[in-house]
Design a protein around this ligand. Sequence first.
Ligand code: NAD
Length: 508
Amino acid sequence: MFGIRRFETPEIIMNSIDPQVTKFLSAQPLKMFIGGQWVDSASGKTFETRDPGEGKVLATIAAGDTADVEAAVAAAQEAFQRSGWATMPVNERAVILHRLADLIDKHADNLAQIESLDVGKPRGQAAAFDVPHAAQTLRYYADLAVQTRRRDPIAVSGFDARTMRVPYGVCGFIFPWNFPFLLVGWGVAPALAAGNTVVIKPAEDTPLSTLYFAKLAEEAGVPPGVVNVVTGLGETAGAALARHPGLKRMSFTGSPEVGRLIAEACGKNLVPVKLELGGKGAAVIFDDVNVDAVAEALAGAVTLNAGQVCCTATRWMVHENIRDAFVNKVTSTLDAMKIGYGASPDTNIGPVVSEKQRARVLGYLDKGVKAGAKFLLEGGRAEVKGHENGYYVKPALLTGDPGNVCALEEVFGPVAYLMTFSDEDKVVELVNSSSYGLANSVWSSNLDRANRVAERLVAGNSWINAHNLFAHGIPYGGCNLSGCGGGVLGPETLSDYLRNQTIARPLA
Ligand code: NAD
């Protein structure tokens, strides 16, 4: 669970940029990684990524398109057939993935700096959560792959038969900008551990840490062509990857709108697709809780990563008996949080990722208020001294009708919508009226009630007395508009990347 100050890491020298990071960013443009080579885009085109805390260009990157995706998929196919990665004994592959995880640990400060610069998130958060969690995911799936039964004998009399579990081939991944490095780790770790090869298209707003991941994969001894990164825009590089017939599996994390396009493109080629999409999570708060503690926990949850968290709690269903006490505590807590630059050690809330994203958040506040919602805490544009061109937003709390646009749609900023309830059945109905189904939480000191309600809420995840819980081995993923095709982090995700092949012969 993420509290408000959870991510401070004093060992990090805040504000300083490591010379290795400066060197990494100084290549202009930054190249893509295809078939073990660092290459410019075939067209020679580039795009820019900005530091959202300053509004300044951070780096220029090669802008991949169809030709680059063709080259990357061809390299991944070649590596699947001939590099030995797919056929390597699984324990040897695990050693390489552990080496990669160790290198991530070794470069953790650099990665946290890069992630904070590119996404805007507090550096301490990237250092304490995003980076180590990605490394741990590689280790988790590497170890799980070693334990997985690759040959299951089939006991049917008169036959000698067995089922083998083998990797599919080339797997495509398209990621969003909110947790770029973490999601690469969560996404590709099971695919690689199973013996597949991958082509990754990071978000255009945040490509840097994925390129750094490729650099470390190269250093760890992952064979050329096993990990490929095509940087570029969604409509060009992303669309070219999604429609590529050479893929065997596709995984997309992002908005439901783009998820539909990916599913359509993959459907045409009969490529199975895993979709991890948006959310509009609810927190149901009963009147037997420690109000101050819950208010602090939810203030932390809704401002984590400046509210750009798919599974966080943005619909707060508060029992009417504690409504005033909760509102007092949560608004004073949110109001006291420090909005600032990601590298400043006391920052609680960094900028949102782009000017476009800030306009989207402010636009939602405007639409919500015009439709009748009232501010309990007025949000809006924030100014940060010394960083006047950054994309900062104040946290906001709205209240009003459950049908308000801000109660229904994903705002993706530090914005929550408060509603009250008194009846358990009615609040369950209200939570379940959402089109999304990613994650909700129930807060009560009565664990029988909390468990009962948690089981009735329709979503991939129901957390109790906590929000935003991620542990290796506990599956995470959504249903309805929040996703389909299997989640991540659970042991069964490895099976998503292994196909069955049955060998049988009649016994004489
Ligand atoms: P997005 O859908 O706009 O973009 C995601 C990725 O898709 C980017 O790499 C983008 O370049 C690419 N893309 C865009 N258009 C494309 C197209 N036509 N064809 C192929 N690729 C294309 O999402 P975003 O704004 O980057 O991220 C925010 C969304 O991601 C939110 O809805 C959030 O809830 C969701 N998200 C979900 C999870 C989860 O685990 N369920 C995790 C993180 C983010």
